[in-house]
Write a protein that binds this ligand. Sequence first.
Ligand code: NAP
Length: 324
Amino acid sequence: MKKIEFKKFGGPEVLELKDVEIGKPSSKEVLIKNLSIGINYIDVYHRTGLYPIPLPSGIGLEACGVIEEIGSEVDLFKVGERVSHASMPIGGYSEKQLMPQDKLVKVPEGISDEIASCIMLKGITAEYLLHRSYAAKKGDKILFHAAAGGVGQILCQWANAIGCIVIGTVGSKEKEEIAKKNGCHHVINYTENNFVTEVEKLVGKDGIDVVYDGVGQKTFEGSIECLKVRGMMVAFGNASGYVHTLDIKKHINAKGLFFTRPSIAHYTVTREEFVESASKVFEAVLSGKIKINISKKYSLNNVKEAHKELEARILTGPAVIIPN
Ligand SMILES: NC(=O)c1ccc[n+]([C@@H]2O[C@H](COP(=O)([O-])OP(=O)(O)OC[C@H]3O[C@@H](n4cnc5c(N)ncnc54)[C@H](OP(=O)(O)O)[C@@H]3O)[C@@H](O)[C@H]2O)c1
């Protein structure tokens, strides 16, 4: 079967399409034939080594597929069922993969393969960020960076549905429209404007209840500036670079802020947490609260191009790889 692998950390050119043998599922594993594969910014961190992983490695953490074979002790799933996932082991960019049964959920009728493959990692992230890392409520003024991105489109629609006042930042004119269509009440192009000044015009100085910052280095200081006294800083990603240093006096003590640097793994510790979160995401999509527009489809032959476009900020929301 075909699979993307890489032997050294680097740019998109390190990604290689290989023909590999896939083994049989062990007792609690299933063999999945992937139907659609999600592309995520974390795939870039794995490829570059920002998040180091043992090499050589596959890549990709999100996919939807159909079960072809089950291990002897698998009791949660049957051959032929459609499942999706959002976690280790890495290797989603492949025609087939072996996954432990407890990392899978059944995909409900009414959710397409493509949508199922891009609402697990991104959707569960949006769910825990918005409901659990900080429990956003009606009237909260939230600031979300890269609002036209994969996680951004889901979270901003959900926040809008809750009744939050949603301010999103974006990096281009085209993305301004996309963010508006995906739940943002106000959109700031932060490549053309100082977002701190623009946020202040909208909600006053120190007016934001919670910032969801997946951009990192470039936005971190400004995000802190926008927050109200006792506001919440949710730093959940590093698209522009990792924030290595937190100055307690300057960043936290000055306004008595709350700070968290969560990862999806912290909010899907048990199977129950994972299944419950995935169910909420499926329900939000099935009920129409969240609409998913796949921005672009790739094949396994052109994942290098996918990574180039993701890093060049060309992609506008969830993108998938169709393996066959
Ligand atoms: N902690 C967690 O549990 C968790 C889980 C999933 C994702 N994440 C994080 O959430 C963020 C969004 O993930 P995603 O997969 O949905 O990606 P994405 O938002 O579709 O893509 C990243 C976006 O970041 C913005 N960006 C700003 N500066 C950038 C730079 N220097 N280089 C590249 N992009 C830059 C771009 O939007 P603009 O052009 O609009 O600025 C770009 O489209 C990422 O930081 C990711 O690591 C965290």
